[in-house]
Design a protein around this ligand. Structure first.
Ligand SMILES: C[S@@+](CC[C@H](N)C(=O)[O-])C[C@H]1O[C@@H](n2cnc3c(N)ncnc32)[C@H](O)[C@@H]1O
Length: 219
């Protein structure tokens, strides 16, 4: 949860107060997550609301999430689905997602979430092998950055035309424009962004919200 969007503390507080929705379950999930050393991995309430609104706006019924952690982004998207909607949530961590499961149950959305533990590339390949190509309405990519390209290619195949891929951390704390930063994660995000800018299979916009969120619509 890196905040790059340059809002003053006062404006940031204002946006969080009147620009997005929050409730007790989401607040408690954030509070429990914030006890973990890796708490910075979760998105914040503004981005969570953005995901939820987009899912609702496109009338999504089937969504895949790559990188679930303690379930905060999944909670927001699952709540935006119809009662018979499904979110396939991919993560490798039993420990993180056991926290997620408790809050999904409390929020009454556990039956909309199909948690798949294992490397997400394998999970996405399994969905494709099961005939799910073209059946998803949306995807959210927020796991290990080195695999973004692989996640994207698989999610693109899973989506119907007009489907939406939301990609987190595309500004990578500003490191995308720091030529001295050659970490594998930074190189991967830079290459991913540059490839999408020229990718004829999608329309796109990169939103400089928080750590950067790209919205990619399958043509
Ligand atoms: C940035 S966190 C996700 C945050 C989450 N979307 C949220 O807003 O709370 C990234 C997650 O990706 C998971 N992850 C890392 N490598 C993975 C892989 N190869 N396959 C699936 N999940 C992976 C990690 O366990 C971690 O929970």
């Amino acid at each position: 949860m890196s905040r790059l969007d340059g809002l003053s503390p006062e404006l940031d507080a204002y946006v969080l107060d009147v620009g997005c929705r929050d409730d007790d379950v989401a607040r408690r999930l954030r509070a429990e997550t914030d006890q973990l050393p890796q708490a910075g991995m979760r998105i914040d309430p503004l981005e969570a609301s953005l995901l939820g609104v987009l899912i609702r706006a496109i009338g999504a019924r089937r969504v895949v999430e790559v990188g679930t952690f303690t379930g905060y982004s999944a909670l927001s998207m699952a709540r935006a689905l119809p009662a018979d909607g499904r979110l396939v949530a991919c993560d490798v961590s039993e420990a993180y997602t056991s926290i997620a499961r408790r809050y999904w149950a409390e929020a009454g959305v556990a039956d909309r979430i199909d948690l798949r533990l294992g490397p997400a590339l394998d999970t996405l390949d399994a969905l494709l092998a099961d005939g799910a190509e073209g059946t998803f309405d949306a995807a959210f990519i927020d796991a290990d950055k080195e695999s973004y390209e692989g996640y994207y290619e698989r999610c693109l195949r899973l989506l119907r035309p007009g489907g939406l891929i939301m990609v987190d951390n595309v500004l990578w704390s500003g490191k995308v424009v720091d030529p001295t930063d050659e970490r594998p994660s930074t190189l991967a995000i830079r290459a991913f962004n540059e490839a999408r800018a020229r990718d004829p299979r999608i329309d796109l916009v990169m939103l400089p919200v928080r750590d950067g969120v790209s919205l990619l619509v399958k043509r």
